[in-house]
Ligand binder design. Structure first.
Ligand code: SAH
Ligand code: SF4
Length: 442
C-alpha cells in the first residue's frame, strides 16, 4: 500500500468507525518530542498500519461492542462472552470523581470516607481490581464489584519512534478509537491527549476535521489515557508529567469532562499531576474560553491562531465567522494570567497562504499587548488537504520578523527523512531539521 493509497484506506476505515482518528498533536510545545514521532520511518509506519489492519480484521476487533455486538458480524471476545454470562456490571467506576465516590459510599450504607479511599485506590494507586483495595471492607468491595467494573481504555496498538516517543491506539467501550502520544523529553514526559472522537470545528488544514465529530470523551476516558500510558511506559511516580490537550478534538467543546478529568489528574489523592504542567489548546471557542478563565485552578491555555487577519482566519478556520479574530484577541487580552503564566499561540504555516512578511507583521501587532509566546508549526501535509508547508527559509523569515517585534517566537520543525508528518495522522511526510530555538519549557 503506497502513501497515497493510505489516505483512502484510512478514510474508509473512518467511515466504518473502525480506526482511530488522527491525533493532532502538532503542538508547538511538544515538537521537540514530536521530532521523535516524526522520526517514525516508513518501515515502522507500515508496520503500524499492518498491525492495525490485522487488529481490525481480527475476530472481536471491535472490542466489547457493548452497543451492538452482533452488528459487526464477528464473535465478541471471550472475555465479553464470559462477562455477559455472569451479567457483568456495565458501569465503569473509573472516571467517577471524589464527590461521586463519596456519594456512592453513602448510598451503599458506608461512611463517606470510604469514597475517598476508593478515589485514592482508583487514581493514586491505579488499582484495577477491586479486590486489591484491601483497606475497603470486603462486603463493600463485593457490592461494588456486582455493580461496577474498573476499566481503562484498551491499548490496541502502539508504535514507537526511534527516540522513544510512542503513539498509542486505544479502543473505547463503544468500539470508537482514539490516540494518545507519549513523549519522553529529558527527565520528563509529555502526553498528548484526545478530548473527543473526531472534531466538529472543521479547520481546513486539519486531518481530524475530516472525521467530523463522533462524540465527546468521558472524564474516565481522558484520565484512562494517562493511567494506561504511564502504566505501559512504567513511568516512575516522581517523573514530571506534562499533559497537553492537543490530540484529537476541541477540548473547549468538551470542557466539563476535560475539567473533571483535570480534577482527578491533579488531585493530590488522585494522580497528583501538576496543573501548571497541563495545557488546553483551543481553536477559539470564545464563550468556553471565558468559562475556562473563571476556573480558579485550571491548566494553561494555548490558542490556535493560524491566521493574521479576519478574512484569512475565516477561510482557514470556519469557526472564526462565529467567534471573530478581534473578539478572540480581546478575550486573550483579558485572560487572567498568573505571575509566571503566559498564553501560547500556535500558528501553522501554510505556504503562500498565511506566511508572508505582512502576515508576520500583522501577527506581531495582534499579540503585542499579550504576555505570550508564539509557536510556529510547519504544516503536516497530505493529499486530502489543499495546502503545502512553508519552505524553511520562509519559516525562518517569519520568525525573524516576529522576534524583531519582541514576540518570543519558536519554530517547531520535525527532523528526518521519509518520516511521519504528524502523529496520529498515520501518514508520511518530510520535514527538515533546523537549529532554531526550541521551547523546552514543557
Ligand atoms: N482543537 C484544538 C486542539 C487540537 S489541534 C486546537 O485546534 O487547538 C492541535 C494543534 O494542531 C492546533 O494548534 C492546530 O492548529 C494544529 N494542527 C491542526 N492540523 C495541523 C496540520 N495539518 N499540521 C500542523 N498542525 C496542525
Ligand atoms: Fe483540528 Fe480545528 Fe478540531 Fe483543532 S479545532 S482538532 S485544528 S479541526
Amino acid at each position: 500500500m503506497g502513501v497515497n493509497d493510505y489516505g483512502k484506506t484510512r478514510r474508509s476505515f473512518y467511515s466504518e468507525g473502525k480506526i482511530c482518528g488522527p491525533v493532532a498533536p502538532w503542538h508547538p510545545e511538544v515538537v521537540t518530542a514530536f521530532d521523535g514521532l516524526r522520526s517514525f520511518n516508513t518501515g515502522s509506519t507500515e508496520a503500524f498500519k499492518t498491525a492495525l489492519m490485522k487488529l481490525l480484521k481480527a475476530p472481536g476487533a471491535q472490542r466489547k461492542g457493548r452497543k451492538n455486538p452482533k452488528a459487526s458480524g464477528h464473535r465478541p471476545p471471550l472475555r465479553q462472552l464470559m462477562k455477559q454470562r455472569i451479567a457483568a456490571p456495565e458501569e465503569n467506576l473509573f472516571g467517577l470523581g471524589k464527590i461521586e465516590l463519596e456519594e456512592l459510599a453513602v448510598e451503599c450504607g458506608q461512611p463517606k470516607f470510604r469514597g475517598r479511599q476508593l478515589f485514592r485506590n482508583l487514581y493514586a494507586r491505579r488499582v484495577r481490581d477491586l479486590d486489591a483495595c484491601t483497606e475497603i471492607p470486603a462486603n463493600f468491595r463485593q457490592e461494588l464489584a456486582a455493580r461496577f467494573r474498573v476499566e481503562w481504555p484498551d491499548i490496541r496498538a502502539r508504535v514507537e519512534s526511534q527516540d522513544g516517543a510512542v503513539r498509542y491506539l486505544f479502543a473505547l467501550d463503544d468500539g470508537e478509537n482514539i490516540e494518545t502520544v507519549y513523549m519522553p523529553i529529558e527527565n520528563r514526559v509529555t502526553l498528548c491527549l484526545s478530548s473527543q472522537v473526531g472534531c466538529a470545528v472543521g479547520c481546513r488544514f486539519c486531518f481530524t476535521a475530516l472525521l467530523g465529530v463522533k462524540r465527546n470523551l468521558t472524564a474516565g476516558e481522558v484520565v484512562g489515557q494517562v493511567t494506561a500510558v504511564l502504566d505501559a511506559q512504567q513511568v516512575p511516580k516522581e517523573t514530571p508529567v506534562n499533559l497537553v490537550f492537543m490530540g484529537m478534538g476541541e477540548p473547549m467543546l468538551n470542557l466539563d469532562a476535560v475539567m473533571k478529568a483535570v480534577g482527578i489528574l491533579s488531585d493530590s489523592n488522585g494522580l497528583a499531576l501538576a496543573l501548571r504542567r497541563m495545557t488546553v489548546s483551543t481553536a477559539g471557542v470564545i464563550p468556553q474560553i471565558r468559562k475556562f478563565a473563571e476556573i480558579p485552578a485550571r491548566p494553561k491555555l494555548a490558542i490556535s491562531l493560524n491566521a493574521s487577519s479576519h478574512e484569512q482566519r475565516t477561510a482557514l478556520m470556519p469557526l472564526n465567522r462565529k467567534y471573530p479574530l478581534s473578539e478572540l484577541m480581546q478575550v486573550c487580552r483579558e485572560f487572567p494570567l498568573g505571575p509566571r503564566e503566559y498564553l501560547t499561540f500556535e500558528y501553522v504555516l501554510l505556504d503562500g497562504i498565511n506566511d508572508s512578511d505582512d502576515d508576520a507583521r500583522r501577527v506581531a501587532a495582534l499579540v503585542k499587548d499579550i504576555k505570550c509566546k508564539l509557536n510556529l508549526i510547519p504544516f503536516n501535509s497530505g493529499s486530502e488537504l489543499p495546502y503545502k508547508p512553508s519552505p524553511l527559509g520562509r519559516v525562518l523569515a517569519f520568525q525573524d520578523i516576529l522576534r524583531s517585534h519582541q514576540v518570543p517566537a519558536y519554530i517547531r520543525i520535525s527532523r528526518g527523512q521519509d518520516v511521519m508528518a504528524a502523529c496520529g495522522q498515520l501518514r508520511l511526510g518530510t520535514m527538515s531539521r533546523t537549529a532554531t530555538p526550541v521551547d523546552a519549557s514543557l
